[in-house]
Design a protein around this ligand. Structure first.
Ligand code: UT7
Length: 332
């Protein structure tokens, strides 16, 4: 049996730090509310003059390659998770391929929002297991800041969402690495967290910029409490599904890395699973919710801080727009 293994992990976040105080100065919100309801103290926003989804992804990828002792030329395929591609089309995978100087390798984009990185990991895992590729670059990268409504009307998204990138390199392994991945969706809730436009099914006068009167639908909309209620249920379900599939118990988890949606969601899952603080990794306090980038950024930081050791059982879990939710169990 051939398995896949994460051999390198890296991340990159933009330089500009956006504090709760800054947000409170431009909309009706305040530090106490943000910290109490989300756990976030600050987040990073890009500088549009120099940052793109693809170049942040390239920086994260180069760090992952360096840590894996590999170079760009070793990469045979790219799986790129993002819902905020640099262009409406083509996807960011090809832009990353170009940025890394790789000439003709395949690049696939995945648009599964907060679950995107786990979906991407799962796709790469299958390609490695079948023997189709030996080295795959899996990326989660997002620029949310430019689609956020930065007025009081958009405050429930403005305080949460932010920018960043993370990357992982997968290679084959004789012994398990990725034990299993579990992917789900429920499209009945698609409009509870979405950016509607530029949707292709809009009449031409609502899609073409020179005719647009109302730009509301180009900004992120989220029904926060509805998303929250579903998140806490689905996170638990999909983590238990992964444990059951591998005949493992909650106590076997060495490190849980939940998608960094809201610290209260992470703490709820931690409590339900009865895990102590050193078995759960959170960095939402510093980076906010970076959608598909949040898990690889957290994985990269946790690894760099020495919190992930060989043979540890790592559990990744995510929930978000779609709704989609997913988990992965990894023997490091
Ligand atoms: O990434 C994956 C998907 N996303 C998530 O998982 C996010 C899930 N949802 C959440 O994290 C939370 O729902 C939020 C943090 C977005 C909102 O927190 P909440 O505790 O669910 O607040 P709420 O939406 O129920 O609103 C409570 C009150 C409202 O005021 P009234 O109607 O009670 O007077 C809101 O208008 O809080 C108000 N509010 C704010 N007040 C100050 C909402 N956002 C803010 C804000 N600052 N930023």
């Amino acid at each position: 049996m051939r398995y896949s293994k994460v051999v390198g992990i890296g991340h990159h976040v933009p330089e500009t730090v956006i504090t709760n105080e800054y947000l409170s100065s431009i909309m009706d919100t305040n530090n106490d509310w943000i910290v109490e309801r989300t756990g976030i103290h600050e987040r990073r926003y890009i500088d549009p003059a120099k940052d793109t989804v693809a170049n942040m992804a390239a920086k994260a990828s180069r760090l992952a390659l360096q840590r894996a002792g590999l170079t760009e030329k070793d990469i045979e395929f790219i799986v790129f998770a993002t819902i905020t591609p640099d262009y409406f089309f083509p996807g960011s995978g090809v832009l990353l391929q170009r940025e890394l100087g790789l000439e003709s390798i395949g690049a696939l984009d995945i648009r599964n929002a907060c679950s995107g990185f786990i979906y991407a990991l799962s796709v790469a895992d299958q390609f490695i297991k079948t023997g189709m590729y030996k080295t795959i670059l899996v990326v989660g990268a997002e620029i949310q800041s430019t689609a956020i409504d930065m007025t009081t009307r958009g405050r429930n998204t403005a305080v949460i969402f932010a920018d960043g990138a993370g990357a992982a390199i997968l290679q084959p392994s004789e012994k398990p690495g990725i034990l299993s991945t579990h992917l789900h969706s429920d499209g009945r809730f698609a409009e509870e967290l979405y950016v509607r436009d530029p949707g292709s099914s809009r009449p031409r006068e609502e899609r073409q910029p020179e005719q647009i009167l109302d730009t509301t639908h180009f900004k992120v909309f989220m029904n926060g409490s509805q998303v929250f209620k579903h998140a806490v249920v689905r996170f638990m379900e999909v983590i238990n599904e992964a444990l059951n599939a591998n005949s493992l118990k909650k106590d076997d988890i060495d490190l849980l890395i939940p998608h960094q949606a809201n610290l209260r969601i992470s703490q709820f899952i931690q409590e339900k699973l009865g895990l102590s603080d050193d078995h759960v990794y959170n960095n939402i306090m510093r980076y906010g919710n970076t959608t598909a980038a949040s898990i690889p950024i957290a994985l990269s930081e946790a690894w760099a801080e020495g919190k992930i050791k060989e043979n540890d059982l790592i559990c990744l879990a995510a929930f978000g727009s779609g709704f989609t939710w997913a988990s992965a169990l990894i023997r490091w």
